[in-house]
Ligand binder design. Structure first.
Ligand code: F6P
Length: 365
């Protein structure tokens, strides 16, 4: 019987539990044994109790749970070869040579490295006498498939990552709450959202809430960003708006690559010689990541989990490591490292120029 292990890695995201549930049940449905690796790569390095066999009922009720129930961690040991050597040994001892990883691009890149090193890791284990030749005979190739779990939606080649729509929904909800109090006091709010180096959450939240102005890393503002923002806010106020909402991505930059911070934006809005608005900063933080998944992320995690099991069973030593994407509403398989390369070249948020128009439907124009 084929043994397939599933793990979550990097920052948690809503919908990861749906993905794990789907992988476990699909693996069992396909006649395989399903395993969960607890605590991400740390669990692979630790082995033993961290790698647990799962039954159909073990994942009951997981669709409606937030976070990741099998835990996740950022594991330094796995960055080094000795850590990966121990991980390989632990997997062979359990009889596992197929792994599905749900995480961000960093975690998935680590997985690809692990896969390419696998034959040499096994050789080293035999040389060191930690495994016998006949123990590794049937585990010559490691099959790995990635599921993209991240609230940031920062990987090229897929329309959505598992978790991004839940975080977006949470941001919109929070902005709606803030708007009521902003309007009551005629205040301005600078709302900082997550996304690391990606502005997808900030851009989409700007469109979905009709924010007055947004800052995203993919569209670095020129030197005149101060005049630009103040001009728009002034115009909105003249039209009778009692509230000002500026959404800033945590990775926002200017054209010289300098960080534009929430404090800088707040000081500008509050400047007595300019707009002089009573201004507050709200950093939404980890409320964006926690909590239950919206329907879309449960659906995405489930459909992609099913596909990941099929992909890991069909993979050959020749096929490049793939990840499961959603493109034009279809679940597809794509080469992982190409997507990682493309992500570095093409900023995801500006692949979506149609949203420029949507943003310009605010009060000013
Ligand atoms: O990648 C997900 C994310 O939530 C980013 O948006 C954010 O920059 C980062 O993780 C926060 O990491 P941590 O939870 O380790 O503070």
């Amino acid at each position: 019987r084929k043994k397939i292990a599933i793990m979550t890695s990097g920052g948690d995201s809503p919908g990861m539990n749906a993905a794990v549930r789907a992988c476990v049940r699909m693996a069992i449905h396909m006649g395989c044994d399903a395993y969960c690796v607890y605590e991400g790569y740390e669990g692979l390095v630790q082995g033993g109790d961290f790698i647990r066999k799962m039954e159909w009922h073990d994942v009951r009720g997981w669709l409606s749970e937030g976070g990741t129930l099998i835990g996740t961690a950022r594991c330094m040991a796995f960055y080094e070869r000795p850590g990966r050597l121990t991980a390989a040994k632990n997997m062979i001892l359990e009889g596992i040579d197929a792994l599905i990883i749900c995480g961000g691009d960093g975690s998935l890149t680590g997985a690809d490295k692990f896969r390419s090193e696998w034959p040499s890791l096994l050789e080293e284990l035999v040389q060191k006498g930690e495994l016998k030749e006949d123990q590794i005979e049937q585990y010559k190739h490691l099959n790995i498939v990635g599921l993209v779990g991240s609230i940031d939606n920062d990987l090229s080649g897929t329309d959505a990552t598992i978790g991004c729509y839940s975080a977006l929904a949470r941001i919109c909800y929070a902005v709606d709450l803030i708007e009521a109090t902003a309007s009551s006091h005629s205040r301005a709010f600078v709302i900082e959202v997550m996304g690391r180096h990606c502005g997808w959450l900030a851009l989409m939240a700007g469109v979905a809430t009709g924010a007055d102005f947004i800052f995203i890393p993919e569209k670095p503002r020129g030197n005149n960003w101060r005049e630009e923002m103040c001009g728009i806010v002034r115009q909105h106020r003249k039209r009778g708006k009692r509230k000002t909402i500026v959404i800033i991505a945590e990775g926002a930059l200017d054209r010289e690559g300098n960080k534009i911070s929430s404090e800088m934006v707040k000081d500008l809005l509050a400047d007595k010689n300019g707009l002089g608005l009573d201004t507050r900063i709200t950093t939404l933080g980890h409320v964006q990541r926690g909590g239950t998944a919206v329907a879309y992320d449960r659906m995405l995690g489930t459909l992609q989990g099913v596909e990941a099991v099929k992909a890991v069973l069909e993979a050959t030593p020749e096929t490049p490591t793939c990840f499961i994407a959603i493109t034009e509403n279809k679940i597809t398989r794509k080469p992982l490292m190409q997507a990682v390369l493309d992500t570095k070249e093409v900023a995801k948020a500006i692949e979506r120029q149609d949203f420029e128009m949507a943003m310009s439907l605010r009060d000013a124009e």
